[in-house]
Unconditional design. Structure first.
Length: 274
């Protein structure tokens, strides 16, 4: 069954390309030295604002640093921050949804009103509010973006828990005298998790965009550390004379976000069709 699902994913239009993009970006994040030998922090005034070419595939920035090396070496920070944010959202949102799904009406109403408030505020605005309170830095950005993912994940988690808790195996465990918390952990959560995890893949794309947005605004890693949002922000001062400083990292960001959303949607479809 698993092999057939993988084969079906690869046959879907555009999905194979999305998976290849994800594999490439993961390679950049895990083994950047395999993709470039250039030092992302080494400045060279002779190469200042150098256009893309054989020696510098994406050109060089305003102080002569290789832009391709900075994109590759910045992948781990940008992707890691986004994954940490989604992990936080899955843990917090999944827990809230599970509690709302198995608790009584009063608890369910309170939890879902909190979720409604989170969903009513635009994700970037909520992240800005949180990161402004926490301060600058990668960990703070991860927390801020993670808070923005809690609402959607909590709502899906609640729906799945309410669906699963009516299953015959759950009722059988209850009649056998199994304690409520054990039923939740052993039977309900594992069977409710797949749709939530499929949504988490889609949320990764949104989180990558959110992390880059906060980095663009200066809330991320301090310079000269390479980070995708900061690279795009720096390049905006040279749009006329060196368009590649913003355009090419921006295209990399767009490709990753589209690939994550495409794979996430495919996984959600697979879960629905079963």
């Amino acid at each position: 069954m698993a092999l057939r699902r993988v084969a079906a994913l690869w046959r879907a239009p555009g999905l194979a390309l999305s998976l290849l993009v994800l594999l490439l970006v993961l390679g950049w994040a895990l083994l950047p030295g395999l993709f470039t030998a250039a030092d992302p922090l080494r400045a060279d005034a002779a190469h200042r604002l150098l256009a893309p070419g054989a020696g510098h595939p994406l050109g060089a920035d305003h102080v002569g640093r290789d832009l391709y090396a900075r994109v590759v070496h910045g992948t781990a920070r940008s992707l890691g921050t986004a994954f940490a944010a989604v992990a936080l959202g899955v843990l917090a949102g999944g827990a809230l949804g599970a509690v709302a799904g198995v608790a009584g009406r009063a608890v369910d109403a309170v939890v879902m009103r909190v979720v409604d408030v989170l969903l009513a505020v635009p994700g970037l605005l909520l992240s800005l509010a949180v990161v402004s309170a926490l301060g600058f830095g990668t960990a703070q950005v991860a927390c801020a973006v993670g808070v923005g993912t809690v609402g959607g994940i909590a709502r899906v988690s609640r729906a799945q828990v309410r669906r699963v808790r009516g299953g015959e195996y759950v009722e059988a465990a209850r009649l056998a005298g199994v304690a409520g918390p054990l039923i939740l952990l052993r039977h309900i959560v594992p069977n409710a998790a797949p749709p939530v995890l499929a949504l988490a893949v889609t949320e990764c794309g949104t989180a990558v965009l959110g992390v880059a947005s906060l980095g663009f605004l200066g809330f991320g890693a301090p310079p000269p550390a390479p980070e995708w949002g900061a690279l795009i922000s720096t390049g905006r001062d040279y749009l006329v004379s060196a368009w590649w400083l913003t355009t090419l990292p921006g295209l990399v960001l767009v490709a990753l976000v589209v690939a994550l959303h495409r794979v996430g949607r495919a996984l959600e479809r697979e879960e629905r069709t079963g």
